[in-house]
Design a protein around this ligand. Structure first.
Ligand code: UDP
Ligand code: MG
Length: 146
């Protein structure tokens, strides 16, 4: 059974380009409830920890340098089938391959600066939510909205 939760970050480029409002509208219009939200900035070390699964990839240094280059908006989102539906809403990793109307197609400026993160599994949604938020920060709001 798929869970009803996913984790996302609006990445530093989209924050710098003032796309926060537009991206939040798209997320809510697509039926997601924002259960927890905050602005924060990752250090290089924290970004390396978050993306540890990619540490041997050729793009790793560029990725963690970009992800720690400015504020991000971290969120826990709720919806039925949240992980899969959110991946559809954001589009392919490479914005050149992302479908029209997806968040990455609209707001990404490169494969690295691709506007937004979305968890790729229920297990990672849980881990990534816990990376940024204390459990009660999203559980309390989940009780209110569900
Ligand atoms: N990335 C990159 N170059 C690549 C592949 C990925 O810079 O060739 C970056 C991109 O920002 C992506 C992140 O690394 O969002 C994590 O990669 P992943 O394959 O997990 O893509 P995602 O799940 O974010 O679509
Ligand atoms: Mg991924």
């Amino acid at each position: 059974m798929s869970s009803n939760k996913t984790f996302t970050m609006i990445k530093p480029g989209a924050v710098r380009n003032k796309h926060i409002g537009h991206i939040l509208s798209k997320i809510e219009e697509a039926g997601f409830t924002i259960a927890a939200i905050k602005t924060t900035q990752m250090s290089l070390q924290v970004a390396a920890e978050f993306y540890a699964v990619h540490k041997d990839k050729p793009f790793f240094q560029e990725l963690i340098s970009f992800m720690s280059s400015g504020p991000i908006i971290a969120m826990v989102l709720l919806k039925d089938n949240a992980v899969e539906d959110f991946r559809k809403l954001i589009g392919a990793t490479d914005p050149d391959k992302a479908e029209e109307g997806t968040i990455r197609k609209l707001f990404a400026t490169s494969k690295t600066a691709n506007a937004i993160h979305g968890s790729d599994s229920d297990e990672n949604a849980e881990k990534e939510s816990a990376f940024f938020f204390a459990r009660q920060e999203w559980l309390r709001s989940s009780e209110v909205v569900l």
